[in-house]
Ligand binder design. Structure first.
Ligand code: SF4
Ligand code: SF4
Length: 222
């Protein structure tokens, strides 16, 4: 899923300070699952904003709502009739949702409430870790199912840097396992350690963001 976290309330308060009529819009999908921008977080954030903004301007109105998926134009259509009542939308979706609202309602001011972080998975209560950078040409089969692009601090694709100690990454041993230790351990478990010694050709990054903004067009379903 897309993992995000809310910006500090002080930052949101300062961005919203010029506005008196504010609509906070959450999203019930990825950012709800990662507890950043679902209905609960929208309610908490709206309450905090009412207190913070209301100190200087008690007339400030902060309303709240949630759409199912803010990245889909059809699902945002329900917002249209009420938007004239507001000076600004505070979007609690990921960056895709924020941009969708801004494109769809092109006279509305849309401000992001979240920092969109990465594609990852939950590791336990209140913890998520990055697993995929969307490189556009998945090479996990060459690395025993461990992505060195996201999990090696130096994004090394042909073996470890030499700084790993006790299976931990030299960049942050407390927090990070060495990705290349994980790859090694997986090849051992799979009985294919010879794959560890295979040199991979340089990766073609044109399928990633380095090749410019990407788009998928499926002729079979268009
Ligand atoms: S190789 Fe690319 S697509 Fe596959 S998990 Fe890593 S970043 Fe994602
Ligand atoms: S210690 Fe391992 S994970 Fe860290 S940068 Fe070196 S090879 Fe990558």
């Amino acid at each position: 899923m897309i993992v995000a976290e809310r910006k500090p309330i002080a930052e949101l308060t300062s961005r919203l300070a010029p506005y008196r009529r504010i609509l906070v819009v959450g999203c019930n999908t990825c950012v709800a699952v990662c507890s950043a921008g679902g209905a609960k977080e929208v309610a908490v954030t709206s309450a905090l904003l009412r207190i913070a903004l209301g100190r200087e301007h008690p007339e400030t109105r902060v309303d709240e709502t949630c759409v199912e998926r803010q990245c889909e134009v059809e699902m945002n259509a329900e917002l249209a009739p009420s938007l004239g009542n507001y000076e600004v939308i505070l979007s609690m979706a990921c960056g895709v949702g924020v941009q969708t609202l801004a494109e769809q309602f092109n006279t509305a001011v849309v401000i992001p409430a979240l920092n969109t972080k990465f594609m990852g998975r939950p590791e336990g209560l209140g913890e998520w870790s990055e697993r995929c950078a969307g490189c556009g040409n998945c090479v996990l089969e060459r690395y025993a199912g461990v992505c060195p692009i996201t999990r090696c601090s130096k994004n090394l694709l042909n073996g470890p840097c030499g700084g790993s100690a006790n299976g931990r990454c030299e960049v942050d041993p407390e927090r990070l396992p060495c990705a290349w230790q994980l790859i090694y351990d997986r090849w051992v478990a799979l009985g294919q350690l010879d794959r560890y010694l295979t040199n991979e050709p340089a990766k073609d990054w044109s399928s990633s963001l380095h090749g410019g903004p990407r788009r998928i067009q499926r002729e079979d379903i268009r």
